[in-house]
Design a protein around this ligand. Structure first.
Ligand SMILES: Cc1cc2nc3c(=O)[nH]c(=O)nc-3n(C[C@H](O)[C@H](O)[C@H](O)COP(=O)(O)O)c2cc1C
Length: 217
């Protein structure tokens, strides 16, 4: 069957937040959140800083699973440590690479095989001066478990927070106004980087409106 990420609401050129599950050589599972950018209908791109379990496992196995979920608990467990095995399901070994694992309640999961992995040392990166890995991977299988699957995108969350603050900006004190403006600028940065066209248009409308009201942006 032809692979088309648009089927699960993942469109070319856009970035989504997902949880990547991998298994190490000893058979231990690992889960962590990462930004997943869609390059083609069947190709994704990851940018992963060196030093974590996910990148170690991806380098060893050259395969991983992208879990599409909006579960706050799964994102939190995956970020603070990893997701315990009781929330995961295993896919039996189909090649010499051993089993794979996915989040049992994910709305969809994508089996991905690495096509290329390049790394470079990034100086002056705002996150940390370290090695970063650029991974292109082919999506070889899409498994949809919930037909209403919708991947998480940081743009819409940043926009909604901006709209809430916008609706209150004229009824708060000066200190809070300043705080809202700072938050607005951060949301604008996120949306310009990972938002879709509609989110970019929306934050532009909001900015023009705020400037029209006399705010210094
Ligand atoms: C929503 C979200 C998105 C993230 N995206 C990335 C990313 O694209 N690249 C990256 O290197 N780290 C990213 N991180 C941070 C990693 O998830 C974090 O470093 C994690 O501890 C790595 O875990 P691991 O050692 O199990 O791989 C993200 C974190 C969150 C919460």
């Amino acid at each position: 069957m032809e692979i088309d990420l648009a089927e699960i609401g993942m469109f070319k050129g856009q970035q989504y937040e997902a949880i990547i599950t991998t298994i190490d050589k000893e058979g231990h599972s690992n889960a962590a959140p990462f930004g997943v950018r869609v390059l083609e209908n069947d190709e994704v791109f990851l940018r992963i800083f060196e030093g974590g379990n996910t990148i170690k496992n991806i380098k060893e196995k050259e395969e991983f699973i992208v879990n599409i979920t909006s579960s706050p608990l799964m994102f939190t467990l995956a970020t603070t440590n990893t997701i315990p095995d009781e929330y995961l399901s295993r896919i039996p070994e189909t090649n010499d690479n051993g089993e794979m694992t996915y989040i049992s309640d994910a709305d969809a999961y994508l089996i991905c095989k690495v096509k290329s992995l390049k790394n470079s040392f990034r100086e002056n990166d705002p996150i940390k001066d370290t090695e970063v890995n650029f991974i292109k991977a082919e999506v070889v299988e899409i498994n949809i478990k919930n037909n209403c699957v919708k991947p998480i995108n940081r743009g819409i969350h940043a926009l909604i927070e901006s709209l809430v603050n916008y609706s209150r900006i004229n009824i708060v004190d000066e200190k809070t106004k300043g705080y809202f403006i700072e938050r607005f600028l951060e949301s604008e940065r996120i949306i310009k980087r990972v938002g879709n066209e509609e989110e970019k248009e929306s934050i532009r409308i909001l900015k023009e409106d705020l400037i029209g009201q006399g705010f210094d942006l």
